[in-house]
Design a protein around this ligand. Structure first.
Ligand SMILES: *Cc1c(COP(=O)(O)O)cnc(C)c1O
Length: 376
């Protein structure tokens, strides 16, 4: 029995009849770009969050870039974020024309460390506030809302920084009673097939309470048009297509149920894994974790991965090389003056276990017992 780390095919099969019907509905209507399915999905996505306006995009990287541009971030702007994230977060900042400044993570949550952020803001901004609009991007990594959100949002207010959430791994997770994506000035989501809410191709979406910003984003995703063939500002082409929107409407109805399934798999892992060589993810009662990934850590990561592979269990590492050590960024991107020690240590020790809503309980049990048998 092989157990994959993730399984987007199983997610399609779960709703195959409904998805196939939705696809043929789109095909027979003959409208393929920005039609009624995209508009309906945007409305349902905003309603699901109980707030704001949603604007579909072609992918998560574009969603981040265009949110930044919509907020007025551009050449000369500084955007503070973590190095322990998908490259997309940082590449979007540079595509918006801004300078990414990378800060360390908190060792327990793997999300942004407020003291590292504070030092970076003091070094890179307070001395030279400049005329630019600057921002912070908080990444709710692995499905957990950043537990330090309040401290970070206080800093954003005190330093007049826009606050953006990268929710690409946290669809439907909650900070207290509030869903992520509605906490800051704006949020961006990837809808890549393996995400908690995933299309069957590329997709992305932005969410904001600010109606003017939402209107701007609709222009930015289509050549800066405010009406057809009239570009008021310079824009991109980043449209969500009708087929993906029709599929995503079906997947959105399942999101809470899928997240509950992920949480129950996580509970089996949390109560069953018992091996002194392994550190389990920290729990935070204020944060409703939706386990995009279930990440454990060990000093002997490569040996653990070999042991799991030998027993047919797939794993991945999210992420093996921090952004500031990647060839494209190394030595070039400014960092927090406190260094990125926790980021670098985590990258060497973390491993993501199999986690997807359709994972069978006996597969989860098998992973637990293979982990408990591991003696290093
Ligand atoms: C997946 C992901 C993205 C990028 O999304 P794409 O749809 O692949 O462009 C950005 N940020 C984070 C944290 C992600 O996990």
């Amino acid at each position: 029995m092989q157990i994959p780390q993730c399984n987007p095919l199983a997610s399609y099969q779960q709703s195959k009849t409904e998805i196939d019907a939705a696809i043929s509905g789109v095909l027979s209507r003959g409208i393929f770009i920005l039609g009624e399915q995209v508009a309906a999905f945007e409305k349902e996505f905003a309603d699901y969050h109980g707030a704001g306006h949603a604007v579909g995009m072609a992918n998560g990287t574009d969603a981040i870039e265009l949110v930044l541009r919509g907020l007025g971030i551009g050449a000369g702007s500084k955007v503070f974020t973590v190095s322990h994230t998908a490259v997309a977060t940082v590449s979007a900042i540079e595509r918006a024309g801004a300078i990414p400044i990378l800060v360390d993570i908190d060792q327990r949550s793997y999300t942004m460390c407020p003291s590292s952020l504070d030092a970076a803001i003091k070094q890179h901004r307070s001395k030279d506030p400049g005329p630019h609009v600057d921002a912070i991007i908080v990444v709710h990594l692995y499905g957990q809302p950043a537990p330090n959100w309040r401290q970070i949002s206080d800093m954003a207010r005190n330093h007049n920084l826009r606050l953006v959430e990268d929710c690409s791994q946290a669809h439907g997770s909650q900070f207290g009673r509030t869903k992520v994506g509605t906490l800051g000035d704006a949020a961006a989501y990837s809808l890549y097939p393996t995400k908690n809410l995933g299309a069957l191709g590329d997709g992305g979406i932005c969410l904001t309470r600010d109606a003017d910003l939402a209107g701007k984003l609709k222009g930015l995703r289509e050549y800066g048009w405010t009406k057809r063939y009239v570009s008021e500002f310079s824009g991109a082409n980043s449209r969500l297509d009708e087929l993906q929107a029709a599929i995503l409407r079906i997947k959105l109805k399942r999101l809470d149920r899928d997240n509950e399934l992920r949480r129950s798999i996580a509970n089996i892992y949390l109560s069953g894994i018992d091996n002194p060589r392994l550190t389990l993810p920290a729990q935070n009662e204020f944060c409703r974790h939706v386990y995009h990934q279930f990440v454990i850590r060990t000093k002997e990561r490569d040996g653990l991965r070999r042991h799991l592979t030998d027993h047919g269990i797939g794993t991945l590492v999210h992420y093996p090389v921090p952004i500031h050590l990647q060839p494209a960024y190394h030595g070039r991107v400014p960092l927090s003056p406190l260094g990125l020690r926790q980021t670098e240590q985590a990258a060497n020790e973390i491993v993501s276990l199999p986690m997807f809503p359709e994972m069978a309980t006996d597969s989860v049990d098998k992973v637990v017992s293979i982990l408990n048998n591991w003696t290093g």
